[in-house]
Design a protein around this ligand. Structure first.
Ligand code: SF4
Length: 401
């Protein structure tokens, strides 16, 4: 049995989040120097880029992007700020963007405007000939940061030692590091997204009795409930406690072991917020992301991936009202792009995903200028062994959807 001694820490990404909880108006991009005044620890840039005003950055990005032509593809995640998403050749959630990255045959370079695990996945699926660039290397993900590979390997040793080989299948959400995806590939496991989590549970339970779900306990629990697994059959593995904080009997009886991780954006939504939205608008439809807590998902009218939420609102009848539990940059964009409907965020305090927000136009301008000078800045490279095993888990996922 392995005992973890590392102390729990609050990820910097969660501490930083409140720095950008402001009004809609103030969410507009300022110069990078201005934005860094709230004392955040982002990647340092040449000072000339930090001083550039938004209009100058827009002009430079357009020119530099045009000069690269079809050699470049810019991918933009739906949670990116407007000042970035307008330069994206393709938009999507993490799964859709990774598929786009794999399909690009002409583009030599991919600039991934998203977070680190997404760029890693694009690099793995795109293969060694594609150069994937993350404009700001400090754009991580607080959820992915909650599953350190050493802790996950300790957990896996403990569980397979107790339960025996083949009794438990690891499933990791796309929002995890390449090292965790590789651990799943190596141990007959699989990757899932928020749109195919149920299919991966079915696949796993057909070949074994139990699931270890990483790193988001809420998506794992919500998926289990959809599959008819009772909440008391799912227990949370605390990486800071011996045997995850459980007795051997508890671990033997559990059907699903959920890693103790969460999304700091989606766990801000609460049942009282839903009740308030229903009081203010009795005819409102509430749609949330399954990274929200089980109580919030059960109190909502529907739930699903970022692409599901987007499509649900786009396909809705004119005049309908939508209270949305997901990242604010996307909710604001959906409100603008669907003026015939009322679309608003469940949380009245406007908080972007603080790590997605780290992709400021100054970083995009800097990496584009680098490419035009023949320098690949901030390239994301995954070592071949990790990439090989991670791809096994990703390919398994692609084969069952
Ligand atoms: S929204 Fe949540 S899961 Fe997505 S990148 Fe931000 S912190 Fe990570």
């Amino acid at each position: 049995m392995v005992v973890t001694v590392r102390e729990p820490t609050i990820p910097i990404t969660e501490i930083e989040q409140s720095a950008f909880c402001q009004t809609d108006e103030e969410l507009k991009s300022k110069s990078l120097l201005e934005e860094l005044k709230v004392d955040v620890r982002w990647q340092k840039l040449p000072v000339s880029y930090m001083r550039m005003e938004p209009e100058e950055l827009d002009r430079r990005i357009l020119e530099a992007r045009a000069a690269l032509g079809t050699r470049l593809m810019i991918l933009g995640h739906h949670y990116q700020r407007d000042e970035i998403i307008r330069f994206a050749d393709l938009r999507g959630d993490s799964f859709k963007l990774s598929q786009f990255a794999a399909e690009q045959e002409d583009a030599e370079y991919i600039i991934f405007c998203g977070v680190h695990f997404m760029a890693e996945t694009a690099s793995i699926l795109g293969g060694p000939d594609k150069k994937v660039v993350l404009p700001n290397l400090t754009a991580g993900c607080s959820m992915a940061d909650m599953a350190h590979v050493d802790d996950v390997l300790d957990c896996w040793d403990d569980l397979s030692g107790l339960l025996g080989d083949g009794a438990i299948t690891p499933i990791t959400y796309m929002n995890s590091t390449a090292a965790i995806k590789a651990m799943c590939g190596r141990n007959d496991g699989i990757v899932c997204t928020s749109s195919n989590a149920e299919a991966t549970y079915k696949w796993a339970l057909e070949k074994g009795e139990k699931i270890l779900f990483l790193p988001d306990q809420h998506l794992g629990r919500n998926t289990g409930v959809k599959m008819g697994i009772r909440p008391d059959e799912m227990i949370v593995w605390n990486p800071f406690k011996s045997m995850g904080g459980h007795t051997e009997d508890e671990l033997r009886q559990a059907k699903v072991i959920l890693w103790q991780g969460h999304c700091s954006v989606h766990t801000r939504f609460t049942v009282p917020q839903i009740e308030e939205a229903r009081q203010r608008h009795p005819d409102v439809n509430v749609v949330v992301h399954p990274e929200c807590t089980m109580e919030v998902v059960q109190a909502a009218d529907s739930n699903g991936s970022t692409e599901f939420i987007k499509k649900t609102i786009e396909d809705a009848a004119p005049g309908t009202k939508w209270a949305v539990g997901t990242e604010i940059s996307l909710v604001n964009r959906l409100a603008k792009e669907n003026p015939d409907k009322t679309v608003f965020c469940l949380d009245s305090v406007v908080c972007p995903c603080s790590t997605m927000y780290r992709i400021h136009p100054a970083y995009l301008s800097w990496v584009l200028d680098g490419l035009n000078e023949g320098i690949v800045l901030n390239e994301i490279v995954v070592d071949p062994e990790t990439a090989g095993y991670a791809k096994i888990a990703l390919d398994r996922m692609l084969s069952i959807v």
